[in-house]
Design a protein around this ligand. Structure first.
Ligand SMILES: [Zn+2]
Length: 324
């Protein structure tokens, strides 16, 4: 890291103010003002790449909407704080090289076509677009993200939309897509309703939307409390979905459910056995005594966060079709 970036990060670490946080007092999906107060996320700061981002003094709780069952953070970083951190750190964090072979096979089986105009939301370094190219799928390969990854142009064969999917003034070419993919994106939304309005515009009638996200009502987060789930201890994750909430918002925006699968996170299948065994040992320690596990982590100067259980099926994958 160069000196300039280091100074910038120190600034983020020491000078965060209330204006850098957005306090969520109503449900961002259904606007319900009632909320079920949840526990606070343990620790006092996020880590993102090399940046340390202290929580606001009030802490960050995981509250639940009693009406639509969405779980959401009491405080989330503003768009400008998020951009400031992403501008220096995103490329270090988004070095994903997942192959998407299974996901693309499922999609092409469904559409029965080798020619598809595809838009990947949260395109990062373009590994999904790379797979479409490699598997000979013709058509546009477009991407949307907050910043353009320097390696993306190798796989892009269409437009790059710079911004957020929940931007009320999203600027794009206007030609609707056969398929829009959102792997690990929907938990980042500030305004889920606006995002679904944009998705409705972006996708052709009869076209498909694939979503993968964490499942907050799964056994693992529910057993140890959603506030302790490793998945909420991520700076850029704002809202947490269950099947019920996702299906409801999708149907309200003209989508029908083709399939819904409960599964481990997509990258788990590529994990080496030795890594899996190390993870399982940590998970065993955590399940025997979560409090002691966290204390030991703190004692050894490690990040105080729940281990990632390689066996937990704590993610959902939905395939939706725009029918209205
Ligand atoms: Zn709600």
């Amino acid at each position: 890291m160069d000196i300039l970036n280091f100074n910038k990060l120190q600034l983020v670490s020491t000078q965060l103010e209330t204006k850098d946080w957005k306090f969520q007092e109503r449900c961002p999906v259904c606007n319900c003002l009632n909320l079920i107060k949840g526990e606070f996320i343990p620790g006092d700061a996020y880590q993102f790449g090399d940046a340390t981002i202290p929580f606001p003094p009030e802490g960050i709780a995981i509250n639940k909407c009693p009406a639509c069952h969405l779980y959401y953070k009491s405080a989330i970083p503003t768009g400008s704080l998020l951009s400031k951190i992403f501008s220096t750190e995103a490329e270090k964090v988004w070095s994903d090289n997942y192959d998407f072979v299974d996901e693309i096979a499922e999609i092409t089986k469904l559409t029965n076509s080798q020619s598809l105009d595809v838009l990947d939301i949260g395109v990062g370094n373009g590994c999904l677009l790379k797979s479409f190219k490699k598997q000979g799928i013709n058509g546009k390969r477009s991407g949307l993200d907050v910043v353009k990854h320097q390696k993306l142009d190798r796989y892009l064969h269409g437009e790059f939309i710079e911004g957020l999917i929940d931007d009320p003034e999203l600027k794009w070419e206007g030609k609707q897509y056969d398929l829009v993919t959102m792997f690990d994106v929907i938990e980042h939304l500030y305004s889920p309703i606006q995002a679904f309005r944009n998705l409705q515009n972006l996708i052709k009638t009869g076209g498909y939307l694939t979503i993968e996200t964490g499942d907050v009502e799964n056994y693992w987060p529910q057993t140890y409390d959603p506030a302790n789930w490793w998945y909420v201890n991520l700076f850029e994750h704002h809202v947490f979905w269950s099947q019920k909430t996702l299906v409801q918002i999708a149907q309200q925006h003209g989508f029908s459910v083709i399939s819904c699968t409960v599964k481990p996170h997509k990258t788990r299948k590529n994990e080496k056995w030795l890594t899996k065994i190390k993870m399982l040992v940590q998970v065993l320690g955590y399940t025997l005594n979560p409090h002691l596990y966290m204390q030991l982590k703190q004692y050894f100067g490690k990040k105080v966060i729940q281990p990632w259980n390689p066996l937990a099926k704590d993610h959902l994958q939905l395939v939706l079709q725009k029918t209205a």
